[in-house]
Design a protein around this ligand. Structure first.
Ligand code: NDP
Ligand code: KPL
Length: 308
């Protein structure tokens, strides 16, 4: 299976690197600076699960394709997706499967509109990772899951092909027959985690130690839950209970990747992860005070960041 990984950042570098390490035919679509760094230093992953350095990983740049790929895994940030869609288009043929692992849901509409929903699987990943200033992919914990599946829940030949391709890689792949619900569950949790850790500039354990911290986190989770419910994707009891306990765990060092980006002064996926959740809820007539606050805060950060 010829696999194209879009981006060799935190998630793309990690999952693409693990696939390459396991002997899969992986090429990274990268921009010039990353292509040069990968050619010079190799793809380096530092992880509690096992370090690896992959010298000269195969890369391609936009306009460099000479044939379609079988599987394209999309792992860019949402604010780069419009350009990525144009750049990857020549790699999409009639039999290409596209597997996005972005957080949120709106990217699905954009990919469907450009390539046709029949090409696009559902997917998401569960990892805390970052690309450091030296271009090293740093895996910050031990979870490293990647969930994927047909959106209608079927077990098609193509998802079984993906299952086979991922079988030997050093991460936890999961073929799901409920992938849309899984994506909503993750989004509800992540929008709450990102919203609260960015608002408070603190990991969960510190928020929980502050007066009013846990109720604020749970209030945000409840806003997100109501949006999912209004769209027919209410989290089940297990997912909700798990989200509640993770968001209120004393001593937890957990924060969202968005908070890491924000603390580095980087661009954040405010519209995609928090704004879109709010917009979908308001379109259903919901009053969502905590989500509104979390979104206003991220937009204020963006305004401030735009000042010279
Ligand atoms: N990091 C994490 O822990 C987690 C992230 N996620 C989600 O995964 C998605 C990806 O996040 P993450 O991996 O952290 O992001 P990163 O910014 O680390 O990586 C994205 C990569 O995409 C590359 N890219 C952007 N545009 C293009 C283009 N036109 N052509 C080629 N490459 C391009 C960037 O390359 P360049 O170097 O050129 O800018 C960058 O290296 C997000 O939606 C995020 O929310 C989900 C779970 C955990
Ligand atoms: C929920 C979490 C931490 C794990 O995948 C994540 O998606 C993120 O930080 O962006």
């Amino acid at each position: 299976m010829k696999i194209l990984m879009i981006g060799a950042g935190a998630t793309g570098g990690y999952f693409g690197g693990r696939l390459l390490e396991s002997g899969q035919d992986v090429t990274f679509l990268v921009r010039k600076a990353r292509a040069e760094a990968l050619a010079r230093d190799g793809l380096v992953i530092r992880s509690p699960v096992g370090d690896v350095t992959l010298p000269s990983p195969p890369t391609v740049q936009a306009n460099g394709f000479n044939r379609p790929f079988d599987l394209i895994i999309v792992s860019c940030k949402a604010y780069h997706l419009a350009q990525v869609i144009e750049d990857m288009a020549p790699a999409v043929g009639p039999d290409t499967t596209i597997l996005p692992v972005l957080n949120g849901m709106r990217h699905m509409d954009l990919l469907d509109a450009r390539f046709g929903a029949e090409h696009v699987l559902g997917g998401s990943c569960f990892i805390a990772a970052t690309l450091d200033a030296q271009g090293v992919v740093r895996h910050l914990g031990t979870p490293h899951g990647l969930t994927y599946g047909e959106r209608d829940g079927s077990r098609s030949a193509r998802v079984e092909g993906v299952e086979q391709a991922m079988a030997e890689a050093r991460f936890d792949p999961r073929l799901s027959t409920t992938v849309l619900q899984d994506m909503w569950d993750k989004w509800v949790f992540l929008a709450s985690l990102a919203g609260i850790t960015c608002l408070m500039r603190a990991p969960i354990g510190d928020i929980v130690a502050a007066p009013g911290g846990s109720p604020a986190a749970l209030g945000l989770l409840d806003d997100c839950r109501r949006v999912a419910e209004a769209h027919g994707h209410a989290p089940g009891d297990t997912a909700l209970q798990r989200a509640r306990s993770v968001l209120t765990e004393a001593g937890s060092k957990l924060s969202a990747s968005m908070m890491r980006d924000l603390e580095q002064g980087a661009q954040v996926e405010a519209d995609h992860i928090v704004g879109d959740m709010l917009a979908r809820g308001e379109a259903k007539g919901l009053d969502l005070p905590m989500l509104r606050l979390a979104y206003a805060h991220l937009k204020a950060y963006e305004v401030r960041r735009a000042h010279p």
